[in-house]
Design a protein around this ligand. Sequence first.
Ligand code: COA
Length: 351
Amino acid sequence: MNPADATTARRPASSVLPAQHRPAGVRIAGSGSHLPEGRLTNADFVKFLDTSDEWIVQRTGIRERRMCDADKGENARWMGGNALRKALADARLDASELDMLIFGTVTGETLCPATACRVAAEVGAVGAGAFDLAAACSGFVYGLNLGHELIRSGAYRRVGVVGCDHMSSIIDYSDRGVAILFGDGAGAVVLTPTDDLSKGILAQSMHADGSGWHDLYLPHHIRDFPAGQPGTPEKVHKLQMNGREVFKFAVRTFGDLIEQTLTKAGLQADQVDHYVCHQSNARILEASRERFGLPAERLHVNIDHYGNTSAGSVPLVFDELRRAGRIRDGDIVLFVAFGGGLTWASSLWRV
Ligand code: COA
């Protein structure tokens, strides 16, 4: 049998359901995450940057981050693929049953092919639809919303959503204002239909404001730098950030996004069991926690161990909570993220 026949044979009519079988409920059937072994602590930074453990902890809450070893082939494809394998195992699903893979990343190895295509092939989801989603740190939450709607519409049944970034591949380690913030990591979920109509998204939103692009961007050419901020060859392919502006944007946007999403669903802040938030800076998370008067155990923080892992951060938090047995059937979970673009997104679930 030639490969094309094998692919077609694998997934004949499974992707498209007859209208009468269209499910309205969507469940998060499994989750997984993957982190490289390599660690970069604040003490490591002190050896080559003008910084201190005290400054980093006070301003960001970060103590260490994980780092891929590119020489060993560790990268976004490797982390994301491993996270997806674990999510499939958790969901007790064979990779061949996946209909679609959405891979949130801005650090894939190549623009073409999309990392999603190679990951799908490597895990055994041959023939499933697969695409990368570039919404920076909001990539996983965007993907979660899209995956949910693909299933709720009845068009697809089993969707893998990965959030994964290999940030160390785009960091200038001589730039102390940026380098200390980011780490590498990946998380994934597998979404499936359910007859339980109470499960799935209660409210969601996805936003972007490209006029703020120059506060957080990745130049590929000298011509990509904003007017008035001439680039240098060393800065090309390295993440550029205006930390203060991003901080102000984040504090304002995060709180407003939570409020708007709760209003859409007709819920109060204390009715949400878990706030699964993008881990960008402990002070940004703390501002939201204070604004809504949330007890610390409802807004999970793991930035101290992993730093900001961009699209990886939200699914990493979710997987940690799930593995700790803290996500119970029927819980209300709010996923929130913001990032380069500028982008911001929310996804409020009954799981
Ligand atoms: N160690 C020591 N000093 C540092 C430093 C470091 N790693 N990084 C910056 N500084 C210095 C600055 O040079 C500045 O010095 P100056 O006053 O002599 O000019 C001083 O600390 C204050 O800088 P500032 O940028 O105002 O600090 P800050 O309190 O805003 O903290 C960030 C900087 C980057 C931690 C903070 O702005 C931030 O977290 N922004 C959001 C970033 C983010 O979330 N990005 C990802 C979005 S998904």
